[in-house]
Design a protein. Structure first.
Length: 276
């Protein structure tokens, strides 16, 4: 496997749309406005991300290369990861996790099912990160959570590990699609019990369902969903017809709210609107 520094989210073909935000609260919000056609379905995608004050952004977000011909056959992937680690290790872990979902997935054999392919590529990143962590006896190592959605024809498919969240808005109903892999005790609710790089064996949650015109999806790191709560999340997605406007609003609100109580969590949101 390539060195960690080489596993940067490879989105150069589609520009800097889903890049990490810079350092500190004064940094510009990373933005995107992307539209992708999949047969009779069109996806409109918005993204925003900002680091907590005074630190490097350890969240990462990515999309598949829409110019890759394999996207039409296998679907269009969108992913968000949240890294935890020292000396920049969390950022590297998050970028590696996103790379697996939006790039490495398309290099797997076409005969593999989507869950099988995602299990293999995420499992490979898990093995590599765990091996790196085993050698780092002087610190806690680095791990990452990952939530990915794959859109193809009239279906969506989910791959999830950790505490980023995916939501769907359909006909006014707001539904959380993921379960948080955290310890149930109140004093450990921020400690993930399942993450990429945490253990030698990794179980990735998967789900799939039909895709309807008008569906809207949100993938958010805990710096957004935990700070704002379900009501504010739904309200932002409902109010802004444009996915970019919704993502911008969510991250701006999360950063403002954290500023009131000295929050130190990076905030990332990706919003997808489905049009027929």
């Amino acid at each position: 496997m390539r060195a960690a520094g080489a596993r940067i989210v490879a989105l150069r073909v589609v520009g800097e749309r889903l890049a990490n935000a810079g350092r500190g609260s004064g940094s510009p919000v990373a933005r995107t406005a992307l539209s992708v056609a999949l047969g009779s379905t069109r996806l409109s995608i918005g993204h925003a991300s900002r680091a907590a004050t005074g630190k490097v952004n350890e969240d990462a977000a990515g999309v598949a290369d829409p110019l890759d011909p394999r996207v039409a056959e296998r679907g269009f992937a969108v992913a968000v990861a949240d890294g935890v680690g020292t000396d920049g290790g969390g950022r590297v872990a998050a970028q590696a996790a996103v790379q697996a979902a939006v790039t490495d997935f398309y290099a797997t054999p076409a005969a593999w099912s989507v869950p099988q392919a995602l299990d293999r590529v995420v499992g490979a990143i898990n093995e590599w990160l765990h091996a790196q962590n085993s050698r780092r006896v002087d610190d806690d190592g680095a791990v990452a959570t990952l939530t990915s959605l794959l859109f193809r024809e009239d279906r969506w498919r989910l791959a999830h590990v950790g505490d980023c969240r995916a939501y769907r808005l359909r006909d006014g109903r707001w539904q959380q699609l993921t379960a948080d892999h955290v310890w149930p005790r109140h004093d450990m609710r921020h400690v993930v019990k399942r993450a990429i790089g945490l253990d030698t064996h990794l179980v990735v949650d998967s789900a799939e369902a039909s895709l309807h015109g008008g569906d809207r999806f949100l993938i958010a790191s805990d710096g957004v969903w935990e700070v704002l709560g379900d009501h504010a999340l739904r309200d932002a997605v409902v109010r802004a017809d444009d996915p970019q406007a919704a993502a911008d609003a969510l991250v701006a609100q999360a950063v403002e709210r954290q500023g009131l109580y000295m929050g130190r969590n990076d905030a990332t949101a990706v919003v997808v609107r489905v049009d027929r």
